[in-house]
Design a protein around this ligand. Structure first.
Ligand SMILES: [Zn+2]
Length: 270
């Protein structure tokens, strides 16, 4: 067992050639995505589902976990075929209340992005991709009442499970926002692990209700992505990343601003 093992949990949103100014940073061009995945494949690290991350960490196995938030139709069109061709697993976090419609929790032009259909969600599940929940209505879990967060998370799990016919155990906090109460709500709603953002690779001993992810942007080169998954931050880098998260959370609760990735999202949303 390697107690220094890490799982780089990568966070994607949109893989598309067209985007909007507010969503541009979170949209990876399909050609770049294919190059990124080919580079990951060369690293010979297992690409696992997010639901397998806690077990991999407890067994001291390093891996990479690709996650795609928001359930946009372009995940099925542009990302999953590349992953399937390379034999790589991934997890799609789907806000169940918007399936078959548009991304109406976003603003302006972003609110009209087409979502996956239920047929597509079911096909992806049957093809072996993990379907996780991104809440039912994409609510920020840290500022809504814990009872509502639990209700929303449970409704999402039931609806996704009804469609795909298998257990849905993974949850991604909408906008990356969470709190201790939100973590308890998600746990009570029947999930087994959850992810936030965090800008760190996950490692043994991390809180399974807020496993950190690494954001992949539209300008992340394949070389930068490989460096990202091989990054083994020492205590100072970890402390710095955690203190940034703590300051963001405090700031968000007290004066309404949030983490860089979520701040971008307040206008363009994650
Ligand atoms: Zn989202």
């Amino acid at each position: 067992m390697d107690d220094r093992a890490t799982v780089a949990v990568l966070c994607y949103h949109s893989v598309a050639a067209k985007t909007t100014p507010t969503f541009a940073a979170l949209t990876v061009d399909p050609t770049l995505f294919a190059e990124q995945m080919a580079a990951l494949r060369e690293c010979k690290l297992d690409a696992i589902r997010f639901g397998e991350v806690p077990a991999a960490l407890s067994q001291g196995r390093s891996a990479v976990a690709i996650t795609i938030d928001d359930g946009l139709a372009d995940a099925a069109d542009n990302a999953c075929p590349v992953l399937a061709q390379l034999g790589m697993n991934a997890t799609l976090f789907v806000p169940s209340g918007y399936v078959g419609g548009c991304s109406e929790w976003l603003r302006g032009a972003d609110a009209h992005r087409p979502m996956l259909s239920w047929n597509a969600v079911e096909s992806l599940a049957h093809a072996g991709f993990e379907i996780g929940s991104h809440g039912h209505m994409h609510l920020a879990a840290d500022v809504n009442p814990p009872e509502l967060v639990e209700l929303d998370a449970r409704a999402s799990r039931y609806e996704l499970e009804d469609h795909i016919g298998r257990a849905v155990t993974s949850f991604a906090y909408p906008f990356g926002y969470h709190s201790a109460a939100a973590q308890r709500s998600v746990r009570a709603a029947g999930y087994r692990q959850a992810c936030a953002v965090g800008e760190l690779p996950a490692r043994m001993g991390d809180n399974r209700w807020a496993l950190p992810r690494l954001q992949v942007d539209n300008d992340t080169t394949p070389e930068a992505l490989v460096a990202m998954i091989q990054w083994r931050p020492g205590p100072p880098a970890r402390a710095w990343a955690r203190s940034k998260q703590g300051v963001w959370r405090l700031g968000r609760r007290s004066v309404g601003w949030g983490p860089a990735e979520a701040g971008r999202l307040e206008g363009a949303p994650q």
